[in-house]
Design a protein around this ligand. Structure first.
Ligand SMILES: [Cu+2]
Length: 361
């Protein structure tokens, strides 16, 4: 008995053989896909087990145990209300001189999220750098020292001579530069490194806030700084985490304590790279918004602002009712990756004092 194959059945057979070969090439075996379990200890003592990659391109915490600890000391709660007014002196003509020493480095390790150790580039050892604050017309002198391994500069937004712009005067390794200019205009401005590739020098952390107060001042308030930022820890030009002041979910886990019937003023700067917009939504309240803080009269009364790269402004509000209120990016991807916090609004002790005086009288 002889087997007879039709032409079409031979063709089907050939196709099946070809498919089998290609499938073996394309699909890896299951054992290849299984990753090894790794354990690491965070600097706060937490033990993390993961089958994923340890996201630290420069120093693997597994290969080099020296880098299981952050070399950056950054406390988001301290940073929130910390303003650096510089070393103050008077010039013969009566001008206030404010001197700052800013040191750039690019070898610091920061725990940018629990268990994630990332090589950040820093001004004075933190991301963001210090909040520099002056009054309109003051003379600002920045003694800039580059202790990094790469060239860096300081580029301030605001008004100043061309040679103080920190763009063409590149400061090399071990180099120094003195930036000197009059503080102005009134408002909140960013400063950041302006060396190419700019994207990398910014997203690694070389940025901060520069506040110029009006000569007459602003009304007394509980003042804060929020730098909206993120980290791209796997270099795919997408941020892996988002936050106000670097650490994802920090102010959700550690609510910001404020009082009822007390003016809150927040200097907000968006330094998120890669994503075209960021935004800020406040719960249970609305706020007055001063874009760039250049005017003393607010432009909006809203609960939502949208900010592009380096866009910034001042928001002001008071809470009438005590309790917990969220603030967060209304871009849900950002809030779910860390850009969310809580205001714990407490009864104002001053109100209670005045009430008891009233009752007592
Ligand atoms: Cu730089």
């Amino acid at each position: 008995m002889s087997l007879k194959f039709s032409r079409s059945s031979i063709l089907v057979f050939i196709l099946l053989v070809l498919f089998g070969i290609s499938a073996a090439l394309v699909f890896p075996t299951i054992s290849d896909a299984q990753s090894e379990q790794k354990t690491l200890v965070t600097h706060t003592g937490g033990i993390i087990t993961t089958t994923g990659e340890i996201i630290d391109p420069v120093y693997s915490t597994l290969l080099d145990p020296e880098y299981t600890e952050s070399t950056v000391e950054f406390d988001p709660m301290k940073f929130l209300r910390e303003f650096n007014y510089g070393k103050v002196s008077k010039l013969p003509d009566g001008t206030t001189l404010r001197e700052f020493t800013i040191i750039a480095e690019d070898d610091k390790i920061m725990e940018v999220s629990p268990g994630v150790f990332f090589n950040v580039w820093t001004f004075n050892g933190t991301v963001p750098g210090p909040t520099i604050r002056a009054t309109e017309g003051d003379l600002i002198r920045i003694n800039f020292i580059n202790n990094g391994s790469k060239p860096h500069t300081m580029h301030f937004h605001g008004i100043h001579p061309a040679e103080m712009d920190g763009v063409f005067e590149i400061v090399g390794q071990g180099g120094r530069f003195t930036y000197e200019f009059r503080a102005g205009p009134v408002g909140i401005h960013p400063y950041h490194c302006h060396v190419m590739p700019l994207e990398e020098h910014i997203v690694r952390g070389l940025y901060g806030v520069y506040i110029v107060d009006p000569k007459e001042g602003r009304p007394a308030a509980d003042e804060m700084v929020m730098v909206l930022n993120g980290f791209d820890t796997d270099f795919d030009t997408e941020n892996n985490s988002y936050a106000a002041n670097s650490i994802p979910f920090y102010y959700q886990n550690n609510p910001i304590q404020i009082n009822t019937n007390e003016l809150i003023r927040i200097y907000v700067l968006n330094m998120v790279e890669f994503d075209p917009i960021n935004n800020l939504h406040l719960h249970g309240n609305l706020y007055y918004y001063y874009p760039t803080g250049t005017d003393t009269v607010p432009s909006f009364y809203t609960d939502m602002i949208t900010l592009s790269q380096t866009e910034r402004g001042i928001i002001e509000f008071e809470y009438e009712y005590p309790g917990k209120y969220l603030f967060h990016a209304h871009k849900v991807e950002f809030s779910e990756k860390g850009w969310v916090g809580i205001f714990q609004v407490n009864d104002n002790p001053q109100d209670q004092k005045s009430e008891s005086v009233e009752y007592g009288s």
